[in-house]
Design a protein around this ligand. Structure first.
Ligand code: NAD
Length: 390
């Protein structure tokens, strides 16, 4: 169980690019990072609007002269200081991730970047090589995968409690884009333009969360082939999609079905996962992250609760609040940031043995998300044909 005790020697000097006052995801980063004393926010280029960014940064407690107008100024300004920033989080629109990550790594800074990581696998592989050469960590904020019961599902699959996995069923949907985009805010505008969003809208925006979580629960299974059907119900969003279905065949014979949509009008259910094995199934939703439905064929169904001693060690190790008390998304993000901090600390100490067994969403997780997107687009563009996964 986690209790706020610092798990690394000293707090990392941390900065943010993006995640400003009007940004959707910035606070999730700060509430995750600042929870356990593993990061200290020392600087930022928080906003495209430099003045608003400075005012915001000062109100977050950052010194005014360390609230920069651009990420380039942040890198240059911090390089001049003995106590300069060590790790930078990138919470900006997708099209900026690659260039900001590259510039930070070249300046010797660890990076924590939003998903979808970049536009292409080629970019991911180039950055993976650069990070390795520089001895730096790239973390990716798949923020939902810090929930303790996600790791319970993974441990149960690993122990064989479900039997052979046969069916994977995942859904991440909402209805916030059911209407057209007339008068839409910045976050919708950049998400629906391929120049700023990349090759996908909802597949990258929410589908990559499903895919990464399934990789954690089913690390032994790889996709052989997939079929993606995508559509823009609001035509101005084409060629990007606001709705998609993906069918997947896995190398163990399992079948997968994934649905992402931002036009599921009225839906507030968000994410749902069901992993079906030859003996039993587990089902989990981020709407009720404290509960895991465990159904064994021929037995009464069970609801497992977070923090209970009957859970697997991997799940209890990620618990913060203890049984009976609600855990939520903030706790999950804190775990993600903590696990990335431990990776950065180990890298700084040259502790490769720790890194070999330490679990955190890193550059490979980011790359695999982009690889899955590339395959989805290839299938959709071929008229929703089955394509071999590559
Ligand atoms: P947003 O448009 O709401 O906010 C973007 C923020 O970045 C704003 O503050 C903007 O001023 C700032 N910004 C833009 N360009 C900048 C630049 N060049 N330099 C400095 N600041 C800049 O976007 P959002 O919804 O917060 O999404 C940001 C990223 O986070 C996207 O990649 C998105 O996919 C991802 N995201 C992830 C999650 C998650 O759960 N992990 C949730 C939401 C968004």
């Amino acid at each position: 169980m986690l209790n706020g005790e610092r798990l690394i020697e000293r707090p990392l000097r941390w900065g943010m690019v993006g995640g400003g006052r009007t940004g959707q995801v910035g606070y999730k980063h700060r509430s995750g990072a600042l929870r356990d004393g593993t990061y200290r926010l020392v600087c930022g280029a928080f906003d495209l609007d430099a003045e608003r960014g400075r005012d915001f940064g000062v109100k977050l407690g950052v010194e005014a002269n360390r609230c920069y107008a651009t990420y380039q100024e942040l890198i240059a300004g911090e390089a001049r200081r003995e106590d300069g920033v060590e790790v930078v989080s990138i919470a900006t629109p997708n099209f900026t991730h690659y260039e900001i990550t590259k510039a930070c790594l070249e300046a010797g800074l660890h990076v924590i970047c939003e998903k979808p990581l970049f536009f292409t696998v080629a970019e991911c592989e180039e950055i993976e090589k650069l990070a390795a050469e520089k001895g730096l960590i790239v973390g990716v904020t798949y923020g939902f995968t810090g929930h303790p019961l996600v790791h319970q599902m993974a441990a149960m699959v690993k122990k064989g409690m479900l039997g052979d996995i046969r069916i994977v069923d995942m859904q991440y949907t909402h209805g916030f884009n059911s209407g057209d985009d007339v008068g839409a805010g910045e976050a919708v505008k950049w998400r629906t333009n391929p120049k700023t969003a990349g090759p996908t809208f909802v597949l990258g925006d929410i589908g990559t969360h499903l895919y990464y979580l399934s990789e954690i629960v089913l690390p032994h299974m790889k996709i052989d082939k997939l079929l993606c059907d995508r559509k823009a119900f609001i035509p101005t969003r084409a060629p990007l999609e606001d709705h998609a279905t993906v069918l997947m065949h896995y190398d163990n014979g399992a079948r997968g079905r994934l649905w992402v949509s931002s036009v599921n009008a009225g839906n507030m259910g968000s994410q749902r996962y069901r992993f079906v094995g030859s003996k039993a199934s587990v089902e989990w939703s981020d709407s009720h992250p404290d509960q895991l439905i465990y159904e064994v064929q021929g037995e009464p169904n069970r609801t497992l609760h977070h923090g209970m001693p009957y859970l697997e060690e991997e799940s209890l190790a990620a618990d913060r609040m203890g049984a009976l008390h609600t855990e939520g998304l903030g706790d999950s993000w804190s775990n993600i940031y903590l696990w990335i901090a431990q990776a950065i600390d180990a890298k700084n100490r040259g502790d490769e043995a720790f890194l070999k067994t330490h679990h955190y969403p890193g550059i490979k997780a980011g790359t695999e998300g982009v690889r899955w997107l590339e395959n989805c687009v290839r299938s959709a563009d071929a008229g929703s044909a089955w394509v071999a996964f590559k």
